[in-house]
Design a protein around this ligand. Structure first.
Ligand code: PRP
Length: 214
């Protein structure tokens, strides 16, 4: 996907540090422990980027020298990892947003059809009050993310951004057009999917690599 025809709600986080972390993640020789660590570190970078457009409010505080106005993030934050692989980004996101609430979307892709199957959902009841960050290392066909976003919106979520280590062009095209009100952050956009709907070149199955279930 060239930058000229990239959707305006897609943001590629591709500075040297995130490229370096992604190189570690892509390498099939990276062992589980280093893969987890690189995913956590990439998430730190991506959360810093994906919070740049969060709404803020002004507060009046006292520094040791004088009273002054400061800015704070205006709402509570809800992190929503998409199980399982999204859990690999949760620790890094909580490091920067330690007071965040955490909701869970349990989905897996049917290996035959590549369609998402929902098996566990646990979200805060007052989701409309939250700024929601969805965490999932992989955006392939976009089926899992589309199901997640529809569920979050049904539950009232109004401000949503999504963080991915790797996205594929077909999935990006789908979710950015279906959800123009949502912002999508990826460290890379890979061009294609193989016959099994895996991202190519990608980084393999992120859940299996995070949890050693290869
Ligand atoms: C992977 C990935 C996404 C989804 C992406 O999960 O973590 O949730 O597939 O594919 P899609 O865009 O085509 O829907 P997977 O089904 O492998 O489950 P896991 O995280 O439990 O391993």
């Amino acid at each position: 996907m060239s930058s000229e025809n990239a959707p305006s709600n897609l943001h590629v986080v591709d500075g040297p540090l995130s490229r370096h972390k992604l190189a570690v993640l892509r390498d099939e020789g990276t062992p589980t422990q280093e893969f987890r660590q690189a995913m956590r570190e990439l998430t730190l970078i991506m959360v810093a980027e994906a919070t740049r457009n969060m709404p803020t409010r002004t507060a009046r505080i006292q520094t040791p020298l004088t009273g002054t106005e400061v800015e704070e993030i205006s709402g509570p934050v809800c992190l929503v990892p998409v199980l399982r692989a999204g859990l690999g980004m949760l620790d890094g996101a909580l490091a920067l947003l330690p007071t965040a609430t955490v909701g869970f979307m349990g989905l897996f892709r049917d290996e035959e059809t590549a369609q998402p199957v929902e098996y566990y959902v646990n979200l805060p009841s007052n989701l409309e009050e939250y700024l929601v960050l969805v965490l999932d290392p992989m955006l392939a066909t976009g089926g899992s993310l589309s199901a997640t976003l529809n569920k979050l919106k049904d539950e009232g979520a109004a401000w949503i951004s999504c963080l991915h280590a790797v996205a594929a062009t077909p999935g990006v095209e789908r979710v950015t057009s279906e959800h123009p009100d949502v912002n999508f952050y990826a460290a890379a956009v890979d061009p294609e999917l193989n016959d099994s709907a895996f991202i190519v070149p990608g980084l393999g199955d992120a859940g299996d690599r995070l949890y050693g279930t290869l």
